[in-house]
Design a protein around this ligand. Structure first.
Ligand SMILES: Cc1cc2nc3c(=O)[nH]c(=O)nc-3n(C[C@H](O)[C@H](O)[C@H](O)COP(=O)(O)O)c2cc1C
Length: 293
């Protein structure tokens, strides 16, 4: 059976003994990342080969991290670990040249939406708008949870899951966040990311912008869900320090007591709309498409 000694990662190598010292949050992120790049991404072209031939080193980097996870007795109950285990098992088949059983290849084949479903999708995409005035009606926790769940479903670079949420409700909590509009009646969700996760897999060297993009994708999902729930939301920028304003992310982190490795990316405010608004319009599509001449 093939084995490997170490996992190459931009700027460093992880040997077994390095993995033993890794914080479980970072080990979990490395595991998701290795399963993603070492199994999920290369797997689907391999499955199209007929006949399958053994690929002795397929997924071994992910396996090395998974073995350490199991050796330490870390939990395998979370949804991400169930996903990890699925791919770890599939990779074992590929190493032996066996066809793995993956019912999703047929069951989850993307299909065009029906006309009724498309109506809802268009309504959501084109009717979402930024709401900046809210009534004092409280927003139930269940709705905030649905909004957070929508953020959780957003795409994430390298499957790292480095985005973190902080929900602010009270005036004292919300006063930590600078905003160009009054947010007294809104709930504020702060979207942050854990920089250590990106550094662990070398993403900070290769694609440092991805962490901010992850948070943005989550924020957009959340605003769409808020709209569908009849709530109104708006993106609030995190400002950097200038002569006009202070660094809101820095102020929030200090007051909230967040460690250095947690970075604020953006905030969104959601609440019950006090009124509708004149919906903004975009440039004509022809002005947005750049063509070469
Ligand atoms: C990156 C980004 C930053 C934004 N920052 C703010 C902000 O600080 N305050 C605010 O009131 N709206 C903010 N917005 C909301 C935009 O003003 C709004 O999306 C835009 O005017 C288009 O209107 P619509 O959202 O109703 O389609 C931001 C939006 C984005 C994407």
């Amino acid at each position: 059976m093939s084995t490997i000694e170490a996992i190459p990662s931009p700027g460093r190598k992880y040997r077994k003994e390095d993995l033993a010292d890794l914080d479980p949050v970072l080990l979990g992120a490395l595991l998701r990342e290795r399963v993603h790049h070492n199994i999920e991404v290369p797997l689907y072209p391999v499955l199209l080969r007929d006949p399958l031939k053994p690929i002795p080193n397929f997924g071994l980097q992910a396996q090395l991290v998974y073995d350490e996870w199991v050796r330490r007795g870390l939990s395998q109950d979370s949804p991400d670990l169930k996903w990890v285990k699925r791919y770890i098992d599939i990779a074992a088949h590929i190493r032996k040249g066996e066809k793995p059983d993956i019912p999703e290849l047929e069951d989850s084949m993307p299909e065009p939406f029906s006309e009724g479903e498309m109506k809802v999708v268009r309504k959501l995409i084109w009717e979402r708008c930024s709401i900046r005035n809210w009534t004092d009606r409280p927003v139930p926790d269940e709705l905030i949870e649905q909004i957070l769940e929508a953020g959780r479903a957003a795409p994430v670079g390298c499957n790292l899951d480095a985005v973190r949420f902080v929900v602010l409700r009270t005036p004292e909590e919300k006063s930590m966040i600078w905003s160009d509009i009054p947010t007294d009646n809104a709930v504020i969700i702060v979207l942050c990311f854990d920089k250590r996760i990106s550094e662990t897999v070398g993403q900070d060297k290769m694609v440092p912008q991805n962490l901010g993009y992850d948070a943005s994708a989550a924020g957009d999902h959340m605003l769409l869900m808020a709209h569908a729930l009849g709530l109104g939301g708006v993106w609030l920028s995190k400002t950097v320090k200038s002569e006009h304003t202070e660094d809101t992310g820095k102020k929030f982190k200090e007051l909230y007591g967040l460690p250095d490795h947690i970075e604020v990316a953006l905030h969104i405010a959601v609440g019950w709309p006090a009124s509708g608004i004149i919906k903004s319009k975009r440039l004509a599509l022809s002005d947005m498409i750049i063509t070469s001449v």
